[in-house]
Design a protein around this ligand. Structure first.
Ligand code: PLP
Length: 370
């Protein structure tokens, strides 16, 4: 049997006629920039996130950058980021001219360790970016409590966590602002790059709508009130996302079902991704820790099972980060440990029960537990 890591072709197969129609409609009307699908998708995604508004932007990295700029983060400021995440979290901080300050993650759930937060705060700290890594919400209560005590802004990096919940609340409603990515492989993916910012504060979202379009709002064609950028979302992508969003909760349900099967079959054999109390992960990734990660990965590949590594380098040890900020191996041992032992198993909504069973068997075999 062969099991791919993800299968976007089968993901889109049933949606093909609806996608064709939606895309053709944009072409027929030539509403490529700022067409009606943009405002409609923003309203629909805001409703999904239970926020009053949403600003669609070019990708998830733009979303983080626009949120940072909206909150006034810039040169001379510091922003706290976790040791295990995709580079974009720290990169967006550097893009606005601020310095990313790394804190280590929790050993079991791989998200920001709230207990490490306080010691990393300096008079220059302006914001914290907790990352809901792999689709699992961070332990937000202590992060918010510490941030409030120090007057810091909190930007949720929800790029992997559309629809995840923390104590009943959807991610994106807990911090001041939140950034989402719709990169094709994300749980909600566009047909190319796409992203969004949401917030419970409407004025902050409005500011992003300005920044993404040369500092102006749509009803004010030459009223450039801010120096902005061009990082608008294409209408074609908004049209595609509108077709896919109504299916997201079903896809999440299937991901959680697969994760449940993996957990039951593999707990005690490898370190499985446990959910912290009162959170609902959406399992963008299913990441186990194994001793001989590269060996297990090779064996799985020989058995026809594709796997991934998220991520092989912790935030502080990317060459760009060591060069600019002087970080060294040993600075954040849990992030480094995860980078060396993490293995992502296939998890996608179209995966069959047989494929899940086969993956379980092959993992057991690869770690000598057949
Ligand atoms: C995907 C991702 C991003 C960046 O999103 P893009 O749309 O690829 O720019 C940021 N943070 C995390 C945690 C991500 O997984």
């Amino acid at each position: 049997m062969r099991v791919p890591f993800n299968d976007l072709s089968s993901h889109h197969a049933n949606l093909q006629p609806a996608l064709d129609e939606a895309l053709l409609n944009v072409v027929r009307t030539s509403a490529f920039i700022g067409g009606p699908d943009i405002a409609q998708f923003e309203a629909e995604f805001a409703a999904y996130c239970e926020t009053p508004d949403c600003a669609a932007v070019g990708n998830g990295t733009d979303a983080l950058e626009m949120a940072l700029r909206t909150l006034g983060v810039g040169p001379g400021d510091e922003v706290i980021v976790p040791s295990m995440t995709f580079i974009a979290t720290a990169e967006s901080v550097a893009i606005v001219g601020a310095a990313p300050v790394v804190v280590d993650v929790l050993a079991d759930v791989h998200t920001m360790d709230p207990e490490k937060l306080e010691a990393a705060i300096t008079p220059r700290t302006k914001a914290v970016i907790p990352v809901h890594l792999y689709g699992q919400p961070c332990d937000m209560d202590p992060i918010i409590e510490i941030s409030v005590a120090h007057g810091l802004h909190v930007i949720e990096d929800a790029a992997q966590a559309h629809g995840a919940r923390y104590k009943g609340r959807p991610v994106g409603t807990i911090g001041h602002m939140a950034a989402f990515s719709f990169y094709p492989g994300k749980n909600l993916g566009a047909l190319g790059d796409a992203g969004a910012v949401v917030s419970t504060h409407t004025d902050l979202v409005t500011n992003v709508k300005r920044l993404r379009d040369h500092g102006r709002l749509p009803d004010d064609k030459f009223g450039h009130s801010l120096i902005g950028r061009n990082c608008r979302l294409d209408t074609l992508q908004a049209a595609a996302l509108r077709i896919k969003l109504p299916h997201l909760d079903n896809w999440i349900r299937r991901r959680r079902e697969i994760a449940g099967t993996y957990n039951e079959a593999l707990r005690g054999i490898v370190q499985v991704p446990e959910e912290i109390a009162e959170v609902e992960s959406v399992y963008h990734l299913y990441v186990i820790l194994v001793d001989d990660r590269d060996g297990v990965r090779d064996q799985l590949r020989e058995a026809g099972v594709a796997s991934g590594v998220h991520y092989p380098t912790p935030t502080h040890l990317h060459p760009a980060m060591t060069r600019a900020y002087g970080y060294r191996p040993g600075d954040f041992v849990r992030g480094e440990q995860i980078a060396n032992h993490a293995l992502s198993l296939p998890i996608f909504p179209e995966m069959s029960d047989d494929q899940v069973t086969y993956c379980v068997d092959m993992v057991k075999q690869a770690v000598g537990h057949a």
